[in-house]
Design a protein around this ligand. Structure first.
Ligand SMILES: [Zn+2]
Ligand SMILES: [Zn+2]
Ligand SMILES: [Zn+2]
Ligand SMILES: [Zn+2]
Ligand SMILES: [Zn+2]
Ligand SMILES: [Zn+2]
Ligand SMILES: [Zn+2]
Length: 348
């Protein structure tokens, strides 16, 4: 890790930190020191990476052999596509511990992230399980396939409840034998967000339709309950109950979700569950509309901006400009001399 710099004199223009003096920097992904790292080419970014580490991240961009690290794209908007224009527009929250960034505001940021100062955050991925509440929070996978809804032998995501049949995964998504497996959302940095309608499993209760709440919008007694980075408050729909949960027990509610079959024993709970499903469907429809609206507004901003410039190797006309034909003999030569101060126009 970086050592502390003690200022013994006012830094002059040529001030360099220990890392720059020794040429030994820390890779922002694997946290190992190395002298053979690539620096992000964004001004003021200052992050270094092993080429191999940077290559593992879907939002790393190489343009003209220059590295653009993932800290310059909103992971929620990009959804794993580094060419998504919207993802690079506007101000971003940047995690100080890993290369994750989200648009500022409450819209894109991963639920459970902590704002440290200004645009610096510790994102929700840096979750350390508290021993007291461990059993309620341990990561759990569903026992059906997210693609076909049937049971059987499933490939389980390491960080969220997602599970799939091997044969329901696309060839490029299949796990390699010796590796732990992550679903696309987990791989791409797409995390639960505030306002999301989700399924939540608390302890041994059944999966329950819920809404992820911004911490400022939950009752005071819930706000005051102890919680860790990476935990966020959910409102169990159809009830007045709230609790802090972690993304290991949360997955997105989809249009048309009906939930599990009702058991005959608990009439009251069945009633609440039915209400919860209704509220979740309504909430989902509303949320989809709001998000589509915002997406359109951002798309408008993207369209009105000039396209990013590209380096060209030699001077070439870029359409609609054309290369004109010039007959050298027809060009009239002026009478100016290099030492003249007043330029004359050529005689017609
Ligand atoms: Zn330095
Ligand atoms: Zn590395
Ligand atoms: Zn960078
Ligand atoms: Zn975003
Ligand atoms: Zn992070
Ligand atoms: Zn399946
Ligand atoms: Zn996952």
């Amino acid at each position: 890790m970086a050592s502390t710099v003690t200022a013994t004199a006012t830094p002059s223009d040529t001030f360099k930190c220990d890392q720059c003096l020794s040429g030994l920097h820390t890779c922002f992904i694997c946290k190992l020191d190395d002298s053979n790292l690539v620096k992000c080419s964004y001004r003021d970014c200052g992050k270094y990476y092993h080429q191999a580490c940077a290559n593992t991240h879907p939002l790393t961009i190489y343009e003209d052999k220059k590295l653009h690290c993932p800290l310059h794209l909103c992971a929620s908007c990009a959804k794993g596509d580094s060419k998504n224009e919207k993802a690079g527009v506007g101000k971003l929250f940047k995690c100080i511990r890993c290369p994750s960034a989200y648009h500022t505001g409450d819209f894109c940021i991963a639920a459970g992230s902590r704002i440290v100062s200004g645009c610096n955050i510790i994102c929700g991925d840096h979750y350390h399980r508290d021993k007291k509440t461990a059993s309620q929070h341990s990561h759990i996978n569903v026992n059906w396939c997210f693609n076909c809804s049937l049971g059987g032998t499933l490939v389980c995501c390491e960080t969220c409840p997602a599970a799939f049949h091997m044969e329901c995964l696309k060839p490029e998504e299949k796990p390699s034998p010796d590796n732990v497996w992550f679903c696309n959302d987990c791989k791409y940095g797409v995390r639960p967000r505030y306002g999301d309608i989700v399924w939540v499993k608390l302890g041994s209760y059944r999966w329950w339709p819920s809404e992820i709440c911004h911490p400022e919008h939950v009752p005071l007694n819930i706000q005051q309950k102890s919680h860790e980075i990476g935990e966020f408050a959910v409102h169990f729909l159809g009830s007045n109950d709230y609790n802090w949960v972690h993304r290991g027990r949360v997955f997105a509610f989809q249009d048309g979700d009906k939930g599990s079959k009702e058991s005959q024993k608990h009439k009251n709970i069945n009633k609440m569950y039915k209400l919860a499903i209704e509220q979740a469907s309504e909430g989902y429809t509303q949320l989809t509309l709001i998000r589509e609206n915002t997406d359109q507004q951002i798309a408008k901003i993207c369209d009105s901006r000039p396209k990013r410039y590209k380096y060209i190797k030699s001077n070439l006309p870029i359409p609609p400009a054309k290369l004109g034909k010039v007959d050298v003999e027809e060009i009239q030569i002026c009478d100016c001399k290099p030492e003249d101060h007043v330029l004359t126009t050529p005689a017609v």
